[in-house]
Design a protein around this ligand. Sequence first.
Ligand code: ADP
Ligand code: MG
Length: 255
Amino acid sequence: MSKIIVITSGKGGVGKTTTAINLGAAMNYFGKDVVVIDANLSTPNVGLHLNSPEVPVNLNHVLNGKSNIFEAVYEHDSGLKIVPSSLAVSELKKFNPARLKELKNDFLKISDYVIVDSAACLGEEAISAIEIADEVIIVTNPEMPAITDALKTIKVAEQKKKFVSGVIVTRVKRNRIEMKPETVKEMLEVPILGSIPEDFCIPDSLNHKDAVIHVFPKSKSSRAYKEIAAKIVGVDYDSKKDREKFWKRIFKRDY
Ligand code: ADP
Ligand code: MG
């Protein structure tokens, strides 16, 4: 049975879009049928990340009743599907995120796994995305402001009777000032699904207009996303075996 996994955070800039795309790409790498939907209608980025900034039909057209959802689905070379939103400033006043609810059943018909990227803050856009979730994944950085907003988001999701499966901690630098995973877990009281290290391959893959999973499949961030995806789809994955060979690694610093 298909399910909708909403990626949300509270705070902006923590790595939601990066996570939605790369978790989706990693699940697709494991042979699953996945679509990533850009429900960040005010500042959408999914299309930009995957080289489809402007498409003939996008989610805004669907929400406005001008097209059906299946016309707004695009397939990446990898097989990962995406539903981008509009970058046009003229669309900003027209969208009604509350209509997302009406599309839930159609979203479920696109793919087995429907990953929804959402807006920052806890305004109508972000809440409307949470409302269509079968499962909510929280993204945070190991810093107090991000954790505080994550906690608030968990409470909102729980009030809406949503299943919060856990937290993905991104941009982990493993330095002495950032919060330790145990502290994050203690504060948020939900499982930690995994940690994504700070990795220059992520902004570099953005320059390639593609997911890090596709551009640098053996990088430390790709392997971390694959680990989480493998658990979600229930396959075995050994991150250590998936590493670049030793000699390749020492010539490619930071892999
Ligand atoms: P959000 O969707 O929450 O606003 P983004 O996914 O757009 O966040 O990420 C914000 C910025 O952080 C982007 O420039 C992205 O390239 C960068 N970023 C995200 N995750 C990592 C990481 N693990 N290592 C390095 N940079 C990252
Ligand atoms: Mg984003």
